[in-house]
Design a protein around this ligand. Structure first.
Ligand code: ZN
Length: 238
């Protein structure tokens, strides 16, 4: 009998049309806290809950406090890719993986070498002047104090991150839907599949094998061909 992990590895090795859909669990091994896990951001002490601070209205009304939290909690710039990021980048280079769709904003897939990455919730590595559109790096933001303003025009800089109360970028959704719909094997990893609209993307899959790799059960486990109850970084350690 093959173990679930062995079946997972077998499916990866036997497909050349894989798409990976990932969430916070992909980066926990890299030391980036999962918002919703027990030791995640939600259980850390701050004056407001993270889902309040990371909302569009809070950004507009309490910009300085938003940036205090953003620099302190969101810009984990010393984080390094783990086995999941590294293996996915290798699979793309080998022509087996067609795209990554991620809910993460940490840029670790690109750091590992992945190229085709749909960042549903944006990236902390792009911070954009709301007036002239100039982009600033996360490092640049870390070097500022208070509310960062554009060096060119003085405009307010906003992270290119989808805040609560904001819509996902349409082109990114369409690209993700197309990649998922055209894939033969869809690996869903490190996500509890409870955050919509992102979690709804899985229903566009019409390939042959849906694989869910997550420590906790997800609402879509019943539709999967294989469910591995393990850490995604551990599953990719082959
Ligand atoms: Zn500007």
């Amino acid at each position: 009998m093959m173990t679930d992990i062995e079946k997972f590895v077998d499916m990866v090795k036997n497909s050349d049309n894989i798409v990976f859909f990932g969430g916070a669990g992909v980066s926990t091994e890299s030391g980036i806290p999962d918002f919703r896990s027990t030791d995640g951001l939600y259980n850390q002490h701050y004056k407001y809950p993270p889902e309040t601070i990371l909302s569009h209205s809070f950004f507009m009304d309490n910009t300085e406090e938003f940036y205090r939290f953003y620099r302190d909690k969101m810009l984990a710039l010393d984080a390094q890719p783990n086995m999941a990021h590294i293996k996915l980048a290798e699979l793309e280079k080998a022509g087996k993986l067609k795209a990554i769709v991620t809910q993460n904003i940490d840029g670790l897939h690109q750091m590992a070498g992945s190229r085709k990455v749909f960042e549903l919730h944006g990236s902390v590595h792009r911070n954009i002047c709301t007036r002239c559109g100039r982009t600033y790096s996360a490092e640049w933001i870390l070097g500022t104090e208070g509310v960062p303003h554009c060096e060119d025009c003085g405009g307010l800089i906003k992270p290119d991150v989808v805040l609560y109360g904001e819509s996902l970028e349409e082109a990114c959704i369409l690209g993700s839907v197309k990649a998922i719909a055209e894939s033969d094997v869809l690996i869903v990893g490190g996500t509890s599949l409870v955050v919509y609209p992102a979690a709804g993307l899985v229903r566009y899959f019409q390939g042959s094998k849906l694989v869910i790799v997550n420590l906790e059960p997800t609402p879509q486990d019943a539709y999967a061909d294989l469910v591995c109850a393990c850490d995604i970084a551990a599953a990719f350690d082959f």
